[in-house]
Design a protein around this ligand. Structure first.
Ligand SMILES: Cc1ncc(COP(=O)(O)O)c(C=O)c1O
Length: 410
């Protein structure tokens, strides 16, 4: 209902808290609306391939849960999460080398909530945090809501540049007398950059964290979606006391379940529990029960294997198509897993302006500038290969390639 002519509406801008004034709608969500126009091939979103979802297995365990555990599954649960599920996840993390117990792990309403809770317990207005350049947009948004100041560290094909990180830490701590609250990193198949932090840099990163006593937030939704190469140790397995790890079922099972988990020092986990109580009391009991039985039945591994095989095919096709249709001036990453390829165009191409022309050509991507804390890079784009079909990948890349060639004057 709108405001009637005689009524004086509230000036909401004057009522909002300072932190809400700086909040902006996620550009990705806004752009996705444009990308949904009929006929547009979207290489934009970060959605898993829905044709692969294990619908029958989820139905089977959901029926089982409702039949046998309905009264618990439909009830509030404890804030820490379903104990049996936490036990399975502790075991899973131990297999990856993380020396942890039950009090190191809490279930969250997927990783986006994890990021929000991390921000809530650590960030005061104007606190400095270190992020990658580029960085996951949803994390920038979550940290921005608590009025963080960002210092960004360039990444290249081996992930965050740890030499630059050390120089930055020295400068901040010894010259500017600023102690950053944490270093945020996406080590595997980076969103948006597609790159993976090398083993050497992983070791250096935890060394720097210890040396300068700045914790690391390791956000790892994609590590298990590796379809090529050797798995690298998670940061939490290299240093249990300086690293807080965020995991999620969104990319390894289904984002609709809205479940993830955080692993960290028991003291931090206890603080997160308190923060989570105020946020949602507990993550949905029913999905926790469903996921627990899904894992117990051993359904996750075969599903993940299928995902890896299919995503590799799609990645290969997207790379092949880019090699065929993109002008050679456009450089791109070749991820060994995950969902994204990152393309860097010559500086003369502004991908924000190009986006609207791309929509005319009926193809969409995500504008690179959205992923920079200071929005200072304008020639990049993120391309997703998990959601589009094979035909859409080839046709979408062809349309984009033709547009890029026209811009470059070929
Ligand atoms: C790096 C990263 N972190 C966190 C998330 C949030 O995912 P979810 O809340 O579905 O677990 C995403 C989603 O794309 C992501 O790419």
């Amino acid at each position: 209902m709108g405001v009637s002519p005689n009524e004086i509406g509230i000036e909401w801008e004057k009522v909002y808290a300072e932190r809400a004034k700086g909040m902006r709608a996620s550009e990705i969500r806004e752009l996705l609306k444009v990308a949904k126009q009929p006929g547009v091939i979207s290489l934009a979103g970060g959605f898993p391939d829905p044709t692969l979802f294990p619908v029958n297995e989820i139905k089977e365990v959901t029926d089982f849960v409702l039949l046998n555990e309905g009264s618990d599954a439909l009830q509030y649960g404890v804030t820490e999460g379903l104990k049996q599920l936490r036990e399975i996840l502790v075991e899973r993390m131990r297999k990856e080398g993380a020396d942890i117990g039950l009090d190191n792990l809490i279930i969250t309403t997927a990783s986006q909530q994890g990021l929000d809770l991390i921000a809530k317990i650590f960030i005061n207005p104007k606190d400095t945090i270190i992020v990658e350049s580029p960085s996951y947009l949803g994390a920038l948004q979550a940290f921005n809501a608590f009025e963080a100041e960002f210092v960004d560290i360039r990444i290249n094909k081996d992930g965050m540049d740890t030499d630059i990180l050390e120089d930055t830490l020295k400068d901040l701590i010894f010259k500017k007398r600023i102690k950053p609250k944490f270093i945020y990193t996406v080590p595997n198949f980076h969103n948006p950059a597609g790159v993976t932090l090398s083993l050497e840099r992983r070791k250096r990163l935890v060394e720097l964290s210890e040396k300068y006593q700045v914790p690391i937030i390791e956000d790892d939704p994609y590590g298990e979606v590796r379809f090529e190469g050797e798995a690298l140790p998670p940061l939490i397995s290299l240093d249990r006391s300086h690293v807080i790890t965020l995991r999620t079922f969104s990319k390894i099972l289904s984002p609709g379940l809205r479940l993830g988990w955080i692993v960290g020092d028991p003291e931090v986990v206890r603080k997160i529990v308190i923060a989570k109580q105020a946020a949602d009391l507990c993550s949905p009991s029913i999905t926790q029960n469903i996921v627990y039985h899904f894992l117990k039945k051993g359904y996750l591994e075969p599903y993940l294997e299928k995902v890896r095989v299919e995503y590799k095919k799609k990645r290969d096709l997207m790379i092949e198509s880019m090699e065929k249709y993109f002008p050679e001036e456009v450089k791109f990453t070749k991820p060994e897993g995950g969902l994204f390829i990152w393309a860097s165009c010559p500086k003369s191409i502004n991908t924000e302006e190009l986006f609207f022309e791309a929509i005319q050509e009926k193809v969409a991507y995500v504008i690179g500038a959205s992923f920079y804390a200071h929005r200072d890079i304008h020639n990049c784009m993120r391309l997703n290969f998990s959601l589009p079909s094979h035909e859409q990948i080839e046709e979408g890349i062809k349309r984009l390639g033709n547009l890029l060639k026209k811009k470059i004057g070929k």
